[in-house]
Ligand binder design. Structure first.
Ligand code: PMP
Length: 419
């Protein structure tokens, strides 16, 4: 039997009549559609948002593994509780404190990556047509979930200081006046995926106020906060307001996405419902992965490991900046101070989605900006992920990208249209 490749359309489906209506919203994401192409070694992929796990010291993981298997295998190989391992939750308290977040272990729950926390929260809060306010652009994985729940996704004005609280208030008031239920504000405040932008200090307090006045719950998704290059981002929103903010964290970017462990800190009533939803979905999050991480955190110098990631990703960001300056001076870019991404704005008339097949023939891949909007915007944007290739490959990738972009600019200048 042949397996359907990711991104390949399935032509015939004899079960079309049986799907739930919401399954219509399960489209192949533009990021996933690229996977089969970009995994070819000759292609420099600036597409998928993957950490550079080759920089992880495998001996540390092996030491944690051996220690776990010799001390508590009968627990590690068994089902666990729906809320997650208690010792790991205690250790997560320490990690969250680095962002100024103080939360009790009772209000923490472990999830199967923070993607799963987003799925559980969306299921808990969103009926068809309910409004989720998001950044412009927003994280593709969240947009996909909100779409699947048949929510109304409202992109709100965002600039170099993050999402605008004034624009959030305006959008919420307009939609409420239209009779809509505005339920959630979802944001990635630090080194956002895909823009790389960080929400400013003053906007954090303003956003909390605007949302509290309108009964809008904030979902603060923070997988990149510890991957700052020079200075730490402002204190988390959850550090300022406990009742109105649900806080998400993950081990995917600071340790390994393969372990699939994330966490959610929520006000007690929400957390109670989340635990029931987690049990219903997965019985218990993966015990082995949780205990391996817990062992790693207790016997290894994880803070030094994160510090080494900061240096590594800073170097790659700098490589991307210097290549952009050299090869693409006409393309505007955000200036991320941490994380994995930068967001390019192409000269007028260029369409990043239409240009992608040409880029792949030049052996470079990226994610078109349209993936990060639920409303078709983003044609003139490109997300560049600099975290996974080596610095040298990042530079080569941007040079190849410049060949494609400059050729399109020439065509537009000469014929008035893109190829
Ligand atoms: N939120 C954001 C902003 C992300 O970039 C990602 C991963 N790309 C996730 C959530 C999901 O991460 P995970 O499920 O691996 O924790």
């Amino acid at each position: 039997m042949s397996e359907t490749r990711l991104g390949q359309a399935t032509n015939f489906d004899s079960w079309k009549h049986a799907y739930a209506k919401r399954a219509e919203n399960l489209a192949v994401s533009e990021v996933r559609a690229l996977f089969s192409v970009v995994s070819r070694p000759e292609v420099v992929s600036l597409a998928g948002g993957m950490p550079d796990v080759s920089a992880m010291d495998n001996d540390l993981i092996r030491t944690a593994f051996d220690s776990l298997m010799s001390s508590r295998p009968q627990y590690a190989l068994q089902y666990g509780g729906g809320q997650g391992d208690l010792r790991l939750r205690e250790q997560i308290q320490e990690i969250m404190e680095l962002e100024g977040v103080h939360g009790s272990v009772e209000d923490l729950m472990i999830t199967t990556g923070s993607q799963h926390a987003l799925e559980l929260l969306s299921d808990l809060f969103l009926d068809q047509g309910d409004v989720v306010l998001v950044e412009s652009p927003s994280y593709v994985g969240a947009v996909g979930i909100f779409r699947h729940k048949e929510a109304h996704i409202e992109h709100v004005f965002t600039d170099a200081d993050g999402i605008s609280p004034v624009a959030v208030a305006e959008a919420a008031d307009r939609l409420i006046a239209d009779g809509k239920r505005v339920k959630l504000l979802y944001l990635v405040p630090n080194f956002a995926n895909p823009s790389g932008v960080t929400l400013s200090e003053s906007r954090r307090d303003e956003l909390i106020k605007v949302c509290a006045e309108r009964g809008i719950l904030i979902i603060e998704d923070n997988p990149y906060g510890q991957l700052y290059f020079d200075k730490q981002p402002p204190r988390a929103l959850r550090a300022r307001e406990a009742e109105g903010v649900v806080y998400l964290g993950s081990f995917s970017k600071i340790l390994s996405p393969g372990l699939r462990v994330g966490y959610v800190l929520a006000p007690p009533a929400i957390r109670e419902k989340l635990v029931l939803a987690n049990e219903s979905a997965v019985l218990s999050p993966a015990t082995f992965a949780q205990m391996l991480i817990s062992e790693y955190l207790s016997i290894c110098d994880w803070k030094a490991q994160i510090a080494s990631y900061r240096n590594l990703y800073r170097e790659k960001r700098d490589a991307a900046f210097s290549a952009l300056e050299q090869y693409l001076p006409k393309v505007a870019t955000t200036r991320p101070e941490g994380g994995f991404f930068l967001w390019l704005t192409l000269p007028q008339g260029l369409n990043s989605k239409e240009m992608l097949p040409l880029a792949v023939t030049e052996l470079v891949a990226y994610t078109p900006g349209t993936a990060f909007f639920g409303d078709g915007r983003g044609k003139e944007n490109i997300r560049v992920c600099f975290s996974h290739p080596t610095s040298e490959r990042v530079k080569i990738g941007i040079q190849r990208l410049s060949n494609v972009i400059n050729r399109q600019i020439d065509l537009i200048d000469t014929f008035g249209v893109q190829q």
